[in-house]
Design a protein around this ligand. Structure first.
Ligand SMILES: NC(=O)c1ccc[n+]([C@@H]2O[C@H](COP(=O)([O-])OP(=O)(O)OC[C@H]3O[C@@H](n4cnc5c(N)ncnc54)[C@H](OP(=O)(O)O)[C@@H]3O)[C@@H](O)[C@H]2O)c1
Length: 254
C-alpha cells in the first residue's frame, strides 16, 4: 500500500461524525487534511479536537460558488490536492406523504448535487497533480431494509450517488483519478440531530415493531475513517470501487 504521508486530502462534512473520524485517521497517517462544512464554530471545535495542522474551510456543498471557492482555498493552504472525501450529507425521517418540499429538495441538494459539484471542482485539481482519488459516501439505506424507516428519498438519492460514482470512475480513470464509493451502515453521529421529533417518534415506533430486532447495532465512526484511509492507500492503477462498512453485532432476534 502507498503511504498517506503529506498527501493533501479535503474532507467535506469534516466537522462532525464520519467526516471528522476520517480526518482523525488521515492526520494520524501523516496526511495534510482540510475539513469543510458550513458552520465556522463547528469547524473550529473540530480543529481543536483534532489538534495539529488541520485546515478549515467554510463551504456549502449545495452552492457551486461556495464549493469552487472552498476547493481553491483548501488547495492553496494544503499545497495542492491529492484526494477528496465527499462526506457532507444529511437526512430527515418522514413518511413520503408528509415530507415537506423544502426538506425533499435539501436532501437532494446536499447529498447528490453537493457530491457532483465537489467532484467537478476536484477533477481539474487532481488532474493537475497527475492523478488522485475521490471517495464518495453512500448509505446502507440504499440497499438494506433493516436501516431506519421513512428515509425513502435519502435511500434513493444515495443509490444515485452510487450510480454516479460508477460512471465517474470510467470518465476520469484516463487522468489517473480513481473513484471509490463507501456505503456506511449505522454509525453513532449527529445525523439525527435535525430530525423532527414527532416524525421521528413515528419512524422509531415502526422500526421497533419491524426491523429493529434484526438490527446489526451501531458502529464507532473510527471504522469509517479506517475504511477511508484504506481506500486512499492503494497504489496508482488499483482501486476499491465500492465498499460497504456496517456493524455486525449479535442482536436479539424475534
Ligand atoms: N451516521 C450514519 O449512520 C450514516 C450512515 C450512512 C451514511 N451516512 C452518510 O455519512 C455522511 C456523514 O454523515 P454523519 O453521520 O457524519 O452526519 P453528521 O455528524 O451530521 O455530519 C454531517 C456533516 O456534513 C456537514 N454538512 C451538512 N450539510 C452541508 C452542506 N450543505 N455543505 C457542507 N457541509 C454540510 C455538517 O456540517 P454543517 O452542518 O456545519 O455544514 C457536518 O460536518 C453523510 O453523507 C451521511 O449521509 C451516515
Amino acid at each position: 500500500m502507498e503511504t498517506l504521508q503529506n498527501k493533501a486530502i479535503l474532507i467535506t462534512g469534516g466537522s462532525s461524525g464520519l467526516g471528522l473520524a476520517a480526518a482523525r485517521v488521515l492526520l494520524e497517517r501523516g496526511a495534510r487534511v482540510a475539513i469543510a462544512a458550513r458552520r465556522a464554530d463547528a469547524l473550529e471545535a473540530a480543529a481543536r479536537q483534532l489538534g495539529g495542522d488541520v485546515v478549515t474551510v467554510e463551504m456549502d456543498v449545495a452552492r457551486k460558488d461556495s464549493v469552487d471557492a472552498g476547493f481553491a482555498a483548501a488547495t492553496e493552504r494544503c499545497g495542492g490536492l491529492d484526494g477528496v472525501v465527499t462526506c457532507a450529507g444529511l437526512t430527515f425521517a418522514y413518511r413520503i406523504e408528509a415530507l415537506p418540499e423544502e426538506r425533499l429538495r435539501h436532501i437532494v441538494d446536499v447529498n447528490l448535487i453537493g457530491t457532483v459539484l465537489c467532484c467537478q471542482a476536484a477533477i481539474p485539481l487532481l488532474r493537475e497533480r497527475g492523478g488522485g482519488r475521490i471517495v464518495t459516501v453512500s448509505s446502507a439505506s440504499a440497499r438494506h431494509r433493516n436501516e431506519f424507516p421513512h428515509m425513502a428519498i435519502y435511500g434513493a438519492v444515495k443509490a444515485a450517488v452510487e450510480k454516479f460514482s460508477l460512471e465517474l470512475r470510467d470518465e476520469v480513470k484516463r487522468d489517473g483519478i480513481a473513484v471509490t464509493c463507501i456505503s456506511p451502515g449505522s454509525f453513532v453521529t449527529d445525523i439525527t440531530a435535525n430530525f423532527d421529533a414527532a416524525a421521528t417518534a413515528e419512524a422509531y415506533d415502526l422500526w421497533c415493531r419491524n426491523h429493529g430486532p434484526e438490527s446489526d447495532g451501531m458502529a464507532d465512526p473510527r471504522w469509517f475513517g479506517e475504511a477511508v484511509a484504506h481506500c486512499l492507500s492503494y497504489p496508482p492503477g488499483m482501486a476499491v470501487d465500492f465498499m460497504e462498512v456496517r456493524p455486525n453485532k449479535p442482536t436479539s432476534k424475534r
